[in-house]
Design a protein around this ligand. Sequence first.
Ligand code: KG4
Ligand code: ZN
Length: 334
Amino acid sequence: MKDMYILGIESSCDETSASIVKNGTEEIATVISSQIDIHKSYGGVVPEIASRQHVKNITIVLEECLTKANMKMEDIDAIAITYGPGLIGSLLIGLEAAKTLAFIYNKPLIPVHHIAGHIYANSLVKDFKFPLLAVVVSGGHTELIEMTDHYRFNKLGGTLDDAIGECYDKVARVIGLEYPGGPKLDKLASLGQKTYKLPVPLKDDSYNFSFSGLKSAVINLAHNEEQRGHHLNSEDLAASFQSVAIEAITSKVKKAIVERNIKYVIVAGGVAANNGLRNAITNLAQELNVELSIPPLKYCTDNATMIAAAGYFAYKDNRRANLNLNSKSQDILI
Ligand code: KG4
Ligand code: ZN
């Protein structure tokens, strides 16, 4: 079969990215322009600023990506675009660029759900084996998704309130860490001990998660210690928080592996970069004798490589969009 080169475009939050991937598994070239330094001073992503930055960056990123790959638009077989979920203004910039290129060069347009992208970041590492369990942990999502085949998603459960990455970022803020606090909190946790007692959230029989109570527990603990004039040991608090947050994830992952007879587990999303979680899931996979895939760090946080990879499998599943495709700030993965 002829090789297929897909151009992926991602702009759902604060990264403008373009990538070319061959046959859904081989990265040819990727460019990511991150806005972290701009949003840092605000303590989080400012949507209006993010969209304006995407406008400034998108053509530069696309041109750089083609140059890096030593390819022209004529060499591209299809264009994969993150249509949602995400920040609507940010999504629209990538979407309009993708639609324009699809129209001018007469290329198929493939709509890709952002979470499908995170999941398919793993296809750049290893071939999928079904049935698999995708553990999706990002700034906006915390979900357990079972897949029986390519592009067949069955959500077993998800967060009832905050996503795990959002919780990391908010707790990091309480500790005084700069945005995005997740990675910094992860580092701090490795230096501390689990001395603070925090509740493991939602210990129930479902596949769901809840992180807002844990976040509030950390905030209350920090305020109480401050009011009592106690020194807050941020390394120990980070370690205590991380252990409970990870326990909340791994207990439900274990339940899903056992109950759904899963043999292959993949981890997806920005929080897949978390060292504590990587270790805990690696140990769990060994204990339960299941195969595991965790993407390298560069594929964990937002990038267009994963969108181009997912786009290949979406294309094979006959998923196409026309020029009426619109961005969606929220959308279920189906
Ligand atoms: O997947 P992603 O780039 O964006 C979304 O789709 O949401 O995930 C970003 C999230 C942020 O909340 C960030 O703090 C978190 O992933 N994150 C981490 C780590 N690296 C990134 N959280 C905990 N530990 C990390 N090492
Ligand atoms: Zn993401």
